[in-house]
Ligand binder design. Structure first.
Ligand code: CA
Ligand code: CA
Length: 346
């Protein structure tokens, strides 16, 4: 799949940009501090490591369709998935394959080997953020759902317009953990809370059967499940979220030292696809499950090329606006319901 994605290089062109007069979405203050990040499952590319971060603001939710629509309405922006690539952008690709589209999940008709991801992913001509499953589909009534089919370049363009930026990978994971120390889930150490897994992932036998136990087969409205300890929604599942960092399996340094506000490695390398430069994605999606994808755990990493768009990938932004005044309470004072009386950056 990713080889196909990597070949579909599209050029993003941001139309004349007009910044909003106010943040389009509530943000919450993430207090700075030191924490141990990395996988609790000993993922080979996510060793435990220490980071120290300055405080920052973070969107309480994934960027929604309504918010992305406001960006497009203000700027005329055209996403990578909506653009037909030129031959120069994807040398060697036959002309009849140079079409605008995106990658869409569809359950396979027959039993499959879980290594055969191409059996449930299809490049669908005409699929994009407005038409998530292709021609004939729409986002009507889905304004509060996270936007999908946005590339890293699209997400970066939105963030620039909103006078925000994408989070670093360290910021994303630090925020996802909600102040908990090395817990397996963003909500604690146990998989279930009050008898249910509190996130939108895949229920049932992936990729053929989705029992919708959590209420959603695809995306869920961005505030559908409880917020974490910092008041952030959707840090586990729903849609993957782009980070600013390049992906490298040794992106956390050589170990030992405390990484202070790390910005990620200076170059990308993915041993599974050495020719492709990739950016980090975090948090998993509605397609994650314990039998296939543990991306919904806070320490698990994913990566994709900056031009790639998929039906389960979105983003959220952060801001370096000044901290709240009066000073934010410590972690124990952060609301768990996502509500805060602190003012968001203007
Ligand atoms: Ca679900
Ligand atoms: Ca998410």
């Amino acid at each position: 799949m990713r080889s196909v994605l990597s070949s579909l290089l599209l050029t993003a062109a941001v139309a004349a940009q007009k910044a909003p007069s106010a943040p389009p979405q509530a943000m919450v203050w993430i207090p700075g501090g030191q924490a141990t990040l990395g996988s609790q499952n000993e993922d080979w590319d996510a060793p435990l490591h220490e980071v120290r971060l300055s405080g920052f603001w973070m969107d309480a939710t994934e960027v929604t369709n309504d918010q992305f629509a406001a960006f497009v309405a203000a700027t005329g922006y055209v996403t990578d998935a909506e653009r037909r690539p030129t031959p120069d952008e994807v040398p060697g690709v036959p002309a009849d394959l140079l079409v605008a589209g995106s990658l869409v999940f569809a359950p396979p008709a027959d039993a499959v080997d879980l290594r055969e991801f191409w059996r449930w992913w299809s490049f669908v001509e005409g699929a994009n953020w407005r038409r998530p499953t292709g021609p004939g589909s729409s986002i009507e009534g889905r304004g509060a759902h996270p936007v999908v089919h946005v590339s890293w370049r699209d997400a970066t363009s939105y963030a620039k317009w909103a006078k925000k930026r994408l989070p670093t990978e360290a910021e994303w994971e630090y925020a996802a953990r909600g102040g908990l120390d090395r817990n397996k889930y963003v909500w604690g150490q146990q998989q279930q809370v009050a008898g249910a897994l509190p996130a939108n992932i895949w229920n049932g036998d992936f990729p053929r059967e989705n029992t919708r136990e959590d209420g959603y087969e695809g995306t869920a409205p961005a505030r559908s499940f409880a917020a974490n300890g910092y008041g952030l929604y959707g840090m586990s599942g729903n849609v993957w979220e782009w980070c600013s960092d390049w992906y490298h399996p040794r992106g956390y340094g050589d170990g030992g030292e405390v990484l202070v506000n790390p910005q990620g490695p200076s170059r990308s390398f993915d041993p599974q696809e050495p020719g492709a430069k990739k950016r980090v994605m975090r948090g998993g999606s509605f397609l994650c499950s314990d039998v296939y994808c543990l991306g919904y755990l806070p320490g698990t990493r994913m990566k994709s090329t900056p031009d790639t768009s998929l039906c389960h990938t979105g983003f959220r932004c952060v801001s370096d606006a000044p901290p709240p005044s009066p000073p934010a309470p410590d972690r124990a004072g952060a609301g768990s319901d996502g509500q805060t009386s602190r003012s968001a950056p203007q």
